[in-house]
Design a protein around this ligand. Structure first.
Ligand SMILES: Cc1ncc(COP(=O)(O)O)c(C=O)c1O
Length: 355
């Protein structure tokens, strides 16, 4: 029972009823769709005049098959317009105005932004020197007003993995929900923690089609976890949050896991090459389990060198990387997304010319 955890005003919310919630078969003259069809014909989907499936059933079935874990059911999956939508919905679902979330910095910026938009407090716990959770401090900071703790593994922007034991330990003591964002997990050597869901009923795992699947433009993310949470998310989401094309193309992508694995292996080859070349230039490169590298400009003596490099690359070379030097624990650091072989060579040439 999660009724005592979610926002008080939402417990008895009467959700919007989609036309297909009322009748799913027959001659549809109930949703003010265009009965003459769509004005654009495209492959994969010929019924664009109809509203999309509000619950993404075909896509959820394909996701379940891909995850291949017998203890999971369709009711354990929620699909959103990117995992960003799900982050926002979760904060919206759980947090009364006097509640708070905990984030482990440095981490993905949207957790804080979503909390700020929803008017919810944010407590920050710093990752330790190895970018691991500070479990002791987390436990101290959790109060009865802490509804959600956000963890990210592999973490953006550090590229590092969190320890499984720490996640289990936290789930065991925490009375709220631990959201584990695995946006980059397909790139990692250790694999997903989704198997923990069998034991940890307060763990919610976020995944996305935006990274390894190369489908950021479709905006598809999904959450795997507690079915009561999924049911509540279904009540508070926009009725048709994931469009028909994205749903169909998501299914198509999942039919071809091999293609994704091939792309991952090319990205990992490039990451290894880039890592070596960056080190040759005297840069410190943090170990990465993702499709990006966090790089530190060492022994510079000057605090704004990373910033200046990022600015030079953008303005003089047209190469855009991201400055993180002002973030907790990331002094003198910037982040590079692994590019194609040609892009990576250009980046190394440009860096060579300035360093
Ligand atoms: C850790 C992490 N989670 C979630 C997202 C957002 O993913 P989506 O495109 O599915 O909204 C990102 C995007 O950069 C990310 O880095």
């Amino acid at each position: 029972m999660i009724n005592n955890l979610i926002r008080k005003k939402l417990v008895n919310l009467m959700p919007y009823a989609c036309a297909r919630d009322l009748y799913s078969e027959g001659m549809f003259l109930d949703a003010n769709e265009n009965s003459f069809g769509s004005t654009v014909k495209i492959p994969y989907r010929n019924e664009l005049n109809r509203y999309p499936d509000p619950y993404c059933l075909d896509l959820k079935k394909a996701i379940l098959k891909y995850l291949n874990l017998p203890f999971l059911k369709l009711e354990n999956i929620f699909v959103g317009s990117g995992s960003d939508e799900i982050i926002r919905l979760l904060i919206n679902l759980f947090s009364n105005t006097d509640d708070e979330i905990i984030i482990n910095e440095p981490t993905y910026g949207m957790y804080r932004v979503a909390a700020d938009i929803c008017g919810v407090g944010v407590k920050v716990v710093g990752l330790d020197d190895n970018f691991q959770l500070d479990v002791k401090e987390l436990k101290q900071k959790i109060t009865s007003n802490t509804k959600l703790v956000f963890c990210c593994s592999p973490n953006n922007p550090t590229g590092s993995l969190l320890r499984v034991e720490d996640i289990v330990d936290l789930c065991n003591v925490f009375k709220g929900f631990l959201v584990l964002d695995e946006a980059y997990v397909e790139f990692s050597s250790s694999g997903s923690m989704v198997g923990l869901l069998e034991k940890c009923s307060n763990l919610l795992i976020l995944r996305t089609f935006s990274k390894a699947w190369g489908l950021a433009g479709l905006r598809i993310g999904y959450m795997i976890g507690n079915e009561e949470v999924v049911a509540y998310l279904n009540k508070i989401k926009l009725p048709y949050n994931v469009n028909s094309l994205s749903q169909s193309l998501g299914v198509r992508a999942l039919e071809n896991v091999k293609i994704m694995n091939e792309v991952i292996s090319r990205i990992l080859d490039e990451r290894r090459w880039l890592e070596v070349e960056l080190r040759k230039l005297g840069l410190e490169v943090f170990p990465s389990e993702t499709n990006f590298l966090m790089v530190k400009v060492e022994g510079s003596g000057s605090d704004d060198l990373a910033k200046r490099i990022v600015k030079y690359l953008a303005e003089d070379e047209g190469i855009i990387v991201r400055d993180f030097s002002s973030k907790l624990g990331l002094k003198n650091c910037f982040r590079i997304t692994v590019g194609t072989p040609k892009q990576n060579k250009l980046l190394i040439q440009s860096l060579t010319s300035i360093l």
